[in-house]
Design a protein around this ligand. Structure first.
Ligand SMILES: *Cc1c(COP(=O)(O)O)cnc(C)c1O
Length: 420
């Protein structure tokens, strides 16, 4: 769309988030995108039906799809949301999926070869951890975790252990990681992929799970990642009312991914795409407010005598490798982090049960503030030792700060902390 580049001046992400990917001329001038609730699409003629199939199965240039066949292969709302996500991620193309996990699973299955080793940062989202160490381990894939992804010696040791175990097919990076907001140094990861390539003869793909900050604050593709993954369920959808996942990268990789998605049956449905398009319009506003609220809450908690520690990114110390990576890679401090109370599981539960404004639930990135006890909820399925090694113990609470009035959130915390 030419309207996206008036006078060739590139538009800012906040502007692209409002309208990119939808052309009113494609839908009788409707100012806002219609939702196309149709599982199948009619062919204008038998010859055009054949042409559509030739184009789909034998390959068409990215963006030149001549029409639609069946919604599992692609549909108009999917094209709109993928165009918008690709623009925000600074990618050639994107693919959207029925959930973040569907995007992770489809990606790993599309690109791994039998016996491959997955080198990954720690901690990992509970679902990713369970997928890699459960279902994928069952299929023979091995995994090696990096204990500290901003420390060159720790990354080198993990890379050596991974290469000793087999061909390294993937480097799966989560940064900032769920739930502790732990950072990986993406330049270090990229240099490690080069070293692995020189040793084994094939370069592992680098995928970065960018869910915690999202495309307006973090663009891993600009720092050496091949693919960026986002659970769009979280900040992008932003209202805790749908599940979605997105992967962005080069046109070649995304074409391969979309072919796998068609067979795995994991594309995002029209209704969720439509809601997501609407949600993306306010991503900038919501992010700004939630980040400001998070700063107020993190600052309050850090000074509270009943709180042992707070992992909010704004507290990364000057002069540390993590702070240096943060400054290079990110433009914001996020609104999801963990804090540890001075107390055990029972004290944590008493505190949680007393909250009145904050809701107790898993998930993050919604307009409402959510809080949960990580060890017994999001990371319940992660074995105790692996959980504690990455800083999730019985005193750990994860908070996703929403867009409410911060005074109400602070007052709620204050009265509930009396229970500890
Ligand atoms: C939620 C989440 C996922 C999984 O996304 P779903 O949409 O729930 O399937 C993956 N990674 C991170 C960091 C998450 O927070």
């Amino acid at each position: 769309m030419t309207a996206d580049r008036p006078n060739e001046r590139p538009l800012s992400p906040e502007t692209l988030a409002v309208s990119h990917g939808y052309d009113p001329a494609s839908a009788r001038g409707a100012a806002k995108p219609p939702a196309y609730f149709s599982s199948t699409f009619c062919y204008p003629s038998a010859a055009e039906a054949k042409a559509l199939h030739v184009a789909f199965f034998d390959g068409v240039e990215a963006g030149a799809a001549p029409g639609y066949i069946y919604a599992r292969l692609g549909h108009p709302n999917l094209d709109m949301v993928e165009a918008r996500l690709a623009a925000l991620d600074g990618a050639e193309d994107s693919a959207c999926f029925a959930a973040g996990m569907a995007s992770i699973f489809t990606t790993l299955m599309a690109f791994l070869t039998p016996g491959d080793v997955i080198l990954h940062t720690r901690p990992l989202y509970g679902g990713t951890d369970a997928l890699i160490y459960g279902e994928l381990a069952r299929l023979g894939f091995k995994a090696v975790g990096i204990t500290d992804a901003v420390d060159p010696a720790a990354v080198a040791a993990a890379a050596d252990a991974a290469m000793a175990a087999g061909r390294v097919g993937f480097i799966w990076v989560e940064s900032p990681a769920n739930p502790t907001a732990t950072i990986a140094d993406l330049a270090l990861i990229s240099a490690t992929a080069d070293r692995i390539a020189a040793s084994q003869g094939s370069r592992p793909l680098i995928a970065v799970d960018n869910t915690f900050l999202g495309p307006l604050v973090s663009n891993p593709l600009a720092h050496g990642a091949d693919l960026v993954m986002t659970s769009l369920t979280k900040y992008a959808a932003g209202h805790s009312d749908l599940l979605a996942g997105g992967i962005s990268g080069s046109a070649d990789l995304i074409r391969r991914l979309k072919a796998a998605r068609t067979l795995f049956g994991t594309p995002l449905d029209a209704h969720s795409c439509w809601l997501l398009l609407r949600s993306l319009e306010t991503l900038g506003l919501r992010t700004e407010r939630a980040f400001a609220n998070a700063k107020a809450i993190a600052t309050y908690l850090k000074a509270h005598p009943k709180i042992a520690s707070v992992t909010w990114l704004g507290f990364l110390e000057e002069g540390t490798p993590a702070r240096a990576a943060f400054d290079r890679q990110y433009r914001g401090t996020g609104s999801t982090f963990v804090f540890r109370i001075k107390g055990d599981e029972a004290a944590a539960f008493r505190f949680l049960d007393r909250l009145k404004v904050m809701r107790m639930a898993v998930s993050l990135g919604g307009t409402e503030t959510l809080i949960c006890h990580s060890a017994t909820t999001t990371h319940y399925a992660v074995p105790k030792q692996r959980r504690e090694e990455v800083g999730v113990n019985d005193s750990t609470l994860r908070i996703s700060v929403g867009i409410e009035n911060p005074a109400d959130l602070l007052a709620d915390l204050e009265q509930a902390l009396e229970a500890i």
